[in-house]
Design a protein. Structure first.
Length: 219
């Protein structure tokens, strides 16, 4: 275990998290306020190594199995949308499969990814909805990222998050999701509901590992 002071929670910024685990020479912490679990910042990968890890992810837009996986988010979200709406695929990765699916459904989709679509122009716009699939677990500063989403959503807009919910601390060290060295923060359902309350959003959990949050509409 590290002897340095515990870092603040990157999700809610609360101080003094409790040590959770030391696994694969890395330290992990748990927040008692928002229930997030997170990697010690000192143990993060170097940027070049992180990008190399992403290139090993298999995110083929034409893969039917991958599309079925993404449909766990897209199908319940689509029920709340109408064709022609504007959207941002935030953290789209090297193969933006979800963006392709949304475009096929008649949506306008902009892309952003710090490694694979780094043009920040889309970040200065506002959208009817934002999707963030298998990306939030990579955020170094989730508090800042979710505040950014709030600024980019129109009143009444939707945010769709897909990430593997953490549930069992006793199995954390051997959890496959933890073993990906690019995963630095792990959310519980309670964590995502805390984020929603923090921003004044509603929050629905249509299925495990998916959260749909809505910004309040204009008065």
């Amino acid at each position: 275990m590290t002897n340095s002071p515990p870092p603040p929670c990157p999700v809610c910024t609360a101080p003094s998290p409790r040590h959770l685990a030391h696994a694969d020479a890395r330290d992990y912490w748990r927040c008692g306020v928002c229930q997030a679990r997170f990697l010690d910042p000192a143990d993060r990968l170097a940027p070049g190594d992180e990008r190399d890890q992403y290139l090993h992810h298999e995110n083929d837009p034409g893969d039917p199995a991958y599309r079925r996986f993404l449909a766990r988010l897209s199908e319940p979200l689509m029920e709340k949308l109408t064709p022609g709406m504007s959207s941002l695929d935030y953290g789209c990765g090297p193969g933006p499969a979800l963006a392709a699916m949304l475009r096929e459904a008649g949506m306008e989709v902009a892309l952003y990814d710090p490694y694979f679509a780094p043009d920040e122009t889309p970040l200065s716009k506002v959208y009817d909805f934002i999707v963030c699939t298998e990306t939030a677990e990579h955020f170094y500063a989730p508090a800042r990222e979710f505040a950014r989403f709030d600024a980019m959503l129109r009143p009444g807009g939707w945010l769709g998050i897909m990430t593997c919910f953490q549930t069992d601390d006793d199995r954390f060290a051997n959890w496959h999701y933890r073993k990906d060295p690019t995963h630095v923060v792990f959310y519980r359902e309670a964590t995502l509901r805390w984020i929603a309350v923090r921003h004044g959003w509603s929050c629905e959990i249509p299925c495990k590992d998916v959260a749909l949050m809505q910004k309040p509409g204009a008065n």
